[in-house]
Write a protein that binds this ligand. Structure first.
Ligand code: SF4
Length: 494
């Protein structure tokens, strides 16, 4: 679907990419049905609560060091704000910078839901402007301001003219979408529509969309060998830097789910190529990713030189560890940008993936430049072509009760999740679990080696999960554990 930067809202992933949160089947079935467009969402009879998309819109934008976010919401919606703020400040300090970004809640109350609070919001924005002097202001909506119809669009237009800086609405009402990754797109849409300017001159720069940039020094070194530098977004970026994104040579991302909207929008609006390939996890992923970057920016030889030099150092060490990991079994539960990538890395390490759960699935992944048609995620295509066996798969928006059923059925050696709220339940059940918190945990050769060592540590000492499980009573009955995951969801047309 074409990006329309003239509108203040962006279509949800359900509407834009046909994304789903309910599926149970297997790798071959999902890949096959994605290609013919027959994947349909299956509803649940019962659902646990999930995550609000506003965190995925506001959290990344809080990394912009000189912007401010005013969240027109009740205090409860702001529960995640302290975490985002502290993290952004710490990550700025780590690179010797200061993050002045403010997230201010408008503290909507019951009276406001009846009479509205747009004037109060205006006054809050004046105060933010006066005290913090941001270079851009994002006005974020919530369920409450959305339901009562607060006109934040008109207020943004008015204040933008008055202040002479971007004042941008971000429509991240939580009820809009079950898929919290829609929040990433909403944040990107705001940046693209109000901050990024048309290019003046090309720069030897690659836009790198990521979360917490823990491998900033390593990536800067790798890119320097290709004669370019990374512009990380949004953590530790500035409004001025973002205004020049259109001057980049290419856009890459650490996670396809995170980067798809920005990458496609920059390509569509300004011709900046979006590199759609495996993410740089594991050996195959990293080499494929680096080669593709080299090809797009005309630095193929430099990429090959790097690969040849580094792989002789690390690949033998990784292979040695893989011998010790061979034969282990694993269940994965993560966002779709990582599920199929991690499955590939585990297979590289000789681990058998007995179940892979993704928190949602974008079955029209975004357009493929070669065919100009919707495409499946490259990581799913790769698995379909190379996995030594078919993998049972499910799609569930972090429904932990389903994860525990799967773990009880398959009794894997390991559970891998990128969300602590899921990892801890596996450990309580007595399953050794590795929390894949950092998006760079298996980045490149070094990351893959360190990831393999972490897995070995996790399986060698199982006393923590054994002790915890022995002292925790889980709320699940035998009846629940006997249910078959494939039959838990309603039929597609029910
Ligand atoms: S925006 Fe809606 S879903 Fe999100 S935290 Fe607030 S009330 Fe909950």
């Amino acid at each position: 679907m074409a990006v329309n930067l003239k509108t203040k809202t962006v279509a949800t992933r359900e509407n834009r990419l046909g994304s789903i949160t309910g599926y149970s089947g297997d790798l071959y079935d999902l890949a096959e049905r994605s290609c013919c467009g027959s994947v349909k969402n299956r509803e649940r009879c019962f659902s646990q609560s999930s995550t609000c998309l506003s965190g995925c819109a506001i959290g990344p934008l809080s990394g912009i060091r000189d912007a401010a976010i005013v969240y027109h919401a009740p205090a409860g919606c702001c529960a995640g704000v302290p975490g985002s703020t502290v993290l952004a400040r710490q990550l700025a300090t780590r690179i010797g910078k200061t993050n002045e970004n403010m997230i201010v809640g408008s503290d909507l109350n019951e009276q406001d839901t009846v009479f509205g609070a747009i004037e109060a919001l205006r006054n809050i924005i004046y105060t933010v402007r006066e005290n913090y002097h941001p270079k851009a202001i994002f006005i974020a909506s919530s369920c409450v301001s959305g339901v009562i119809g607060e006109d934040v669009d008109s207020l943004s237009d008015e204040l933008q003219e008055e202040f002479g800086i971007p004042v941008v609405p971000i429509h991240c009402e939580g009820f809009k979408s079950r898929i919290w990754a829609s929040g990433f797109d909403i944040g990107d849409h705001a940046v693209m529509s109000a901050i990024v300017k048309p290019p003046v001159e090309k720069k030897p720069m690659i836009v790198f969309k990521n979360f917490f940039e823990s491998h900033r020094p390593q990536i800067t070194e790798i890119f320097a060998e290709l004669g370019v530098y990374p512009q990380f977004v949004y953590m530790n970026s500035t409004v001025e830097e973002l205004s020049h994104l259109s001057e980049a040579l290419a856009t890459v991302c650490i996670c396809g789910t995170l980067g798809t909207y920005l990458g496609n929008a920059l390509e569509e609006q300004y011709g900046v190529p979006y590199i759609r390939t495996l993410n740089p996890s594991g050996i195959v992923g990293f080499e494929t990713w680096l080669r593709k970057i080299g090809e797009v920016i005309g630095k193929t030889q430099e990429a090959e030189t790097y690969i040849a030099r580094e792989r002789v150092i690390y690949v033998p060490q990784i292979e040695e560890l893989a011998k010790q990991l061979a034969g282990l079994t694993a269940v994965i539960g993560m966002g779709p940008g990582y599920t199929y990538e991690v499955a590939r890395v585990l297979q590289e390490l000789g681990i058998k993936v007995v179940w892979a759960a993704a928190w949602h699935y974008d079955y029209q992944y975004d357009k493929n430049t070669e065919s100009d048609k919707p495409d499946t995620p490259p990581s799913l295509d790769y698995l379909k072509a190379h996995s030594p066996h078919n993998i049972p798969l499910s799609v569930a928006d972090q429904q932990n009760f389903e994860v525990l059923n799967i773990l009880n059925t398959h009794k894997p050696d390991l559970y891998f999740s990128r969300h602590p709220g899921s990892t801890v339940w596996a450990i309580k059940q007595g399953v050794a679990a590795l929390y894949v918190a950092d998006e760079y945990m298996m980045f490149g050769y070094k990351g893959t080696l360190s990831f393999a060592k972490s897995i070995l540590d996790t399986v060698r000492n199982r006393s923590f999960e054994k002790n915890l499980a022995a002292h925790v009573k889980l709320p699940y009955t035998q009846w629940w554990y006997q249910q078959d995951n494939k039959t838990m969801l309603k039929a597609e047309d029910a």
